[in-house]
Design a binder for this molecule. Structure first.
Ligand SMILES: CC(C)(COP(=O)(O)OP(=O)(O)OC[C@H]1O[C@@H](n2cnc3c(N)ncnc32)[C@H](O)[C@@H]1OP(=O)(O)O)[C@@H](O)C(=O)NCCC(=O)NCCSC(=O)c1cc(O)c2ccccc2c1O
Length: 265
């Protein structure tokens, strides 16, 4: 597969770096981006010469800001249940039998925040900002993005993150356990390299067994996600959901309640 939306590099030896290369869109993903990410994770995941996978975004503004709002009118573009086969990508990041590190170099918002959450480890620049926007833009991740997040930061904090859609600094994310480390922006690569070097010294089979063992406890969320995606697909076809995307593109506040109250009894 020839990549247009991502970069795939092996650097240094043993480390596959997968970069969402859409800096002009704040590294938002469209259907093609997700398909390319799936291909890249499958390649790195089953290549025995690779011991660690690093996921990041191009430039220094954003790690990833989730679904591309310019490719979202009702359903997203793409071949999956909601257009984007994002649930396949999320499962794959969990399924690859090696550690995946999120290198969070800027905004990790919406689906970008979900990707960083699902990765095994997260290392953030002190310039990073993390948060959810779903209910602000007529969407929600009804699976790993919500239920798995609650496992990490606790129910109260997870509900705050999703209901209020605030942006959190890297330091706040560290305090709530959403990231493993925060470093000055210019030291991000050196820190990621250090973590990768240490992981490459560990037994790959022991790491893979540990990863599967951690995953086993939250596998039921995969079922919740697949049911949730079917419900979400129906929601995306409502005026209430469309209002979120339209308002984002028109750079105005959404008025969701107008559509709720317009429903017939
Ligand atoms: C990232 C921001 C917080 C930045 O805010 P700021 O005020 O600094 O800048 P702008 O808002 O003006 O943005 C700058 C520039 O970037 C464009 N942009 C940013 N994000 C996107 C995007 N996601 N898609 C397309 N374009 C984007 C923006 O339009 C500006 O371009 P100009 O040309 O006008 O200059 C803020 O931008 C922000 O909050 N962005 C997030 C937007 C968003 O709605 N994301 C999608 C949310 S839904 C989602 O991601 C999602 C993901 C999943 O994985 C799911 C899984 C399962 C179910 C559902 C899922 C889901 O809904």
């Amino acid at each position: 597969m020839t990549y247009e939306d991502i970069l795939y590099e092996v650097r240094p030896a043993g480390v596959a770096r997968i970069t969402i290369n859409r800096a002009d869109k704040y590294n938002a993903f469209r259907g093609q981006t997700v398909d390319e990410l799936i291909h890249a994770f499958q390649t790195a995941g089953w290549d025995r010469s690779i011991g660690v996978i690093v996921l990041t975004g191009a430039g220094d503004k954003a790690f990833c800001t989730g679904g591309d709002q310019s490719a979202h009118d009702g359903q997203y573009d793409g071949r999956g249940t909601i257009g984007l086969p994002i649930d396949e990508l999320q499962s794959l990041i969990r399924d690859v039998p090696k550690p995946v590190i999120a290198r969070v170099n800027g905004f990790a918002i919406g689906g970008g925040n979900v990707l960083a959450t699902i990765c095994d480890l997260t290392i953030a620049s002190d310039k990073a900002q993390l948060g959810q926007v779903g209910p602000k833009v007529g969407s929600v991740d009804p699976g790993f993005g919500t239920a798995y997040l609650a496992r990490i930061v606790g129910e109260k904090k997870a509900r705050e993150i999703w209901y209020l859609c605030k942006r959190y600094t890297a330091a706040e994310a560290l305090a709530m356990g959403l990231v493993n480390a925060v470093v000055p922006h210019e030291e991000l690569d050196a820190e990621v390299d250090r973590w990768c070097a240490e992981l490459l010294e560990r037994s790959p089979t022991a790491l893979s067994l540990a990863k599967r063992s951690f995953n086993a406890d939250t596998e039921s969320i995969r079922g919740i996600s697949s049911m949730g995606m079917a419900a979400l697909s129906l929601y995306y076809d409502t005026d209430e959901s469309r209002e979120g995307g339209v308002a984002f593109r028109e750079k105005r506040k959404p008025d969701f309640r107008r559509h709720v109250t317009a429903k017939k009894a």
